[in-house]
Design a binder for this molecule. Structure first.
Ligand SMILES: NC(=O)c1ccc[n+]([C@@H]2O[C@H](COP(=O)([O-])OP(=O)(O)OC[C@H]3O[C@@H](n4cnc5c(N)ncnc54)[C@H](OP(=O)(O)O)[C@@H]3O)[C@@H](O)[C@H]2O)c1
Length: 269
């Protein structure tokens, strides 16, 4: 099956593309063989990116409060695509509008799966705000002592690969978490232990968090993200599932293993 991986250069998409050697990697700036131009802001790129494709890994446009119109427009051009796997989020409940309305659109594909991962372990590395906190020695969130089933993007990609290629379509939602729920303070303690450098967690109010996030993204989106921290504070993400093992046959990676590998070490715990 030929698969278009939207966001194929990103956190989950690049890992998925590595698992599917024939994948067509959607990117705004194709530079290598196997890459095709795909831009949510340029609908004229949709048809050529979809040409001859049987499956799509669909990452909705990033940072858009209501992605429904553009995703609808994309799917209307993808009617011959058999299977669509949507990357949603455990933090986004089904709703009539916005991100929460996308699962309903995807369920109209002949074969489908909706991935609802918890928060990515990769947020602690790279250019995410949490990673910046790790570098500064202080992670700031509005999550309080709320716990999160942090999940490795490699595990999300492994579930996506099975959802896209298994002969029997999954036709279901997968709530994807890591093996344990950790507070940001718990995660900071693991990072401190592994790096030998003190990293703390400081919880602020939702309003203060929204102000901080709004320094780098539009205010409406910042408010939405700060609200997700508040949900964590209320316990919404304090859960783990066995989805990774059920779907892939191997257990999900722990945060300790993930971060040790990030540091180029083998985990001892
Ligand atoms: N971070 C978390 O903790 C978390 C948790 C649950 C769910 N999620 C969901 O994960 C999704 C993001 O997935 P990800 O982390 O795998 O992706 P990502 O790393 O944030 O980015 C994916 C790729 O999207 C591409 N892109 C950016 N703007 C684009 C546009 N206008 N048109 C087409 N492509 C564009 C970029 O590739 P090019 O530059 O090559 O074009 C980028 O590499 C979001 O929907 C988020 O809600 C995240």
């Amino acid at each position: 099956m030929s698969v278009l991986v939207i966001g194929g250069t990103g956190t989950t998409g690049s890992r998925l593309a590595a698992l599917l050697p024939d994948a067509r990697v959607g990117t705004r700036k194709p530079a290598r063989p196997g890459q095709v131009r795909f831009d949510w802001d340029a609908p004229e790129t949709f048809e050529s990116a979809l040409d001859g494709v049987h499956g799509v890994y669909l990452i909705p446009p990033v940072g858009v409060v209501d992605p429904v119109p553009v995703v609808e427009s994309f799917l209307s051009r993808a009617r011959f695509v058999r299977r669509v796997v949507l990357l949603s989020s455990s933090a986004v409940p089904e709703s009539a509008t916005g991100m929460g309305a996308l699962p309903a659109l995807v369920r109209s594909a002949p074969e489908w799966a909706v991935l609802r991962p918890s928060w990515f372990m990769q947020n602690f590395t790279g250019d995410h705000q949490v990673a910046a906190g790790v570098r500064d020695g202080e992670i700031v969130t509005a999550t309080g002592a709320g716990r999160v089933g942090f999940v490795d993007a490699a595990d999300i990609a492994a579930v996506a690969a099975r959802a896209l290629t298994d002969p029997v379509p999954h036709n279901t939602e997968h709530l994807v978490t890591g093996p344990e729920a950790l507070s940001y303070a718990d995660a900071a303690a693991i990072v401190s232990e592994l790096t030998g450098r003190v990293v703390r967690h400081r919880s602020v109010s939702t309003a203060e968090m929204a102000d901080r996030i709004a320094l780098s993204v539009p205010r409406e989106f910042a408010a939405l993200l700060a609200g997700l921290d508040e949900d964590i504070r209320g316990g919404a993400e304090d859960r783990v599932t066995t989805t990774v093992e059920d779907v892939t046959g191997r257990p999900a990676r722990s945060f300790r293993e993930f971060y040790a590998e990030h540091l180029g070490r083998t985990s001892t715990g």
